[in-house]
Design a protein around this ligand. Structure first.
Ligand SMILES: [Ca+2]
Length: 116
């Protein structure tokens, strides 16, 4: 399980690039705008706590919210930028992950054909 999600994370930047802001990623990441600290442009523990009810997360404890930020924070700045949030959402949703893998494979396939 750990190995699989590790592989998937490698995909994400490529996929985001392929699908762009108007594609799947854009749809999925709309939640980012709801949860972020509008002054900083990133999701912090505080902004998550303030806005969590909008995402149906009001039952999550402070510890849960904190570990959510910690889990998604790849560059270690203590906040989630849009890409970090998207990756986290994918990791929290195995079903979404499967769909996305398929889309990435399809995109790669098209790329391959375009080169030949
Ligand atoms: Ca970060």
């Amino acid at each position: 399980m750990a190995a699989a999600s590790q592989n998937f994370e490698d995909f994400l930047p490529l996929m985001a690039h392929k699908l762009g802001g108007d594609g799947l990623i854009g749809e999925l990441c709309n939640g980012f705008n709801l949860l972020m600290d509008t002054d900083k442009g990133v999701i912090t523990f505080e902004s998550l706590k303030r806005n969590s009810a909008l995402m149906g997360l009001q039952d999550m404890s402070d510890d849960d919210l904190r570990s959510m930020v910690r889990e998604g924070d790849f560059d270690g700045d203590g906040a989630l930028n849009q890409m970090e949030f998207c990756v986290l959402m994918f990791r929290l949703s195995p079903e979404l992950m499967e769909t996305s893998k398929f889309l990435v494979e399809e995109a790669l396939d098209q790329e391959f054909k375009a080169c030949h």
